[in-house]
Design a protein around this ligand. Structure first.
Ligand SMILES: [Zn+2]
Length: 282
């Protein structure tokens, strides 16, 4: 290098400067972090270090949506549930996969998806959540966890909680339907109200077929909201499954599925500490 060139060369970036740049890489496609880590050993050491992975999650705060589980009736009238990745990053040869027949995703939180076997005896729902003490829930993928489930029949509603630490279900709490309705009536009256914030004219954003009704044995029905995550709603239509960003009104078709029944978004940071098995540290 000539003396004149070295005089005008910019100073080398410190490691703190490099970390500051890396922290600003958007988290909604982990491939960006992987590509940066392949540039040189020094960058890879920074990006795969536990300190950076923790800082990255704290910097961005809200885990991004990296995929979603969706249930629908296929054309053969079979009940189908699939996981569909929304990023270009592929952690395995099967980024999108089908759940076993009659399995239905019902909730997702803290890096996990809860599924149930489709129940024809009553309506049920559930929730899964991290049970780790003092956890910030930004990077938890392992145990312990809790599963809360509620099952309703025509007369009663029952609930219980499973703990992965004890491996046991709690006692079942059962209410008759009239008690439940009265309770909600007292609790909700005057406490909450809907307020209109914005209106998005979907007719300008979606193809005409999206507004066609679906004809079923129980009647006909039109497009409807089948899930939501972080300011984005999923809209089930005859033209496929769309996402609509509430802040911008931007729409995107994310699956060729007619009138999806429900959508469970999977949000998580997929930083390289979680990918260490396939990305060993230098
Ligand atoms: Zn947690």
């Amino acid at each position: 290098m000539s003396p004149s060139h070295s005089r005008h060369s910019p100073p080398a970036l410190s490691e703190d400067d490099i970390v500051s740049v890396f922290l600003r890489i958007p988290p909604d496609d982990p491939a960006r972090l992987v590509r940066a880590s392949l540039a040189c050993k020094a960058w890879r050491r920074i990006l795969t270090g536990p300190d950076f992975c923790r800082l990255y999650r704290e910097f961005h705060g809200t885990p991004p949506m990296l995929g979603f589980a969706v249930s629908y009736w296929s054309r053969g009238r079979d009940f189908v549930s699939r996981f569909i990745s929304t990023t270009a990053f592929r952690v395995s040869a099967r980024p999108d996969f089908f759940y076993p027949q009659d399995w239905k995703p019902v909730d997702s939180r803290h890096g996990r998806i809860l599924v149930e076997v489709v129940n024809t005896d009553g309506t049920s729902t559930g929730a899964v959540l991290c049970a780790k003490q003092h956890c910030d829930h930004l990077g938890c993928h392992g145990p312990p966890f809790l599963v809360a489930t509620v099952v309703s029949s025509s007369r009663t509603t029952s609930a219980c909680v499973y703990s992965s630490e004890s491996g046991l279900w709690s006692d079942i709490i059962t209410l008759n339907r009239q008690d439940e309705i009265n309770d909600y009536g007292r609790s909700w009256a005057g406490a909450l109200a809907w307020a209109k914030r914005t209106v998005i004219n979907l007719e300008k954003l979606l193809p005409p077929r999206a507004f066609e009704p679906k004809y079923a044995s129980e009647g006909e029905y039109g497009p409807y909201v089948s899930g939501f995550a972080q300011g984005t709603v999923f809209l089930s239509t005859m033209a496929g499954l769309f996402t609509v960003e509430l802040s911008s009104g931007r729409t995107k078709k994310v699956a060729e599925v007619e009138m999806a029944l429900n959508v469970i978004p999977w949000t998580s940071f997929y930083t390289q500490d979680h990918a260490r098995r396939i990305m060993p540290r230098p």
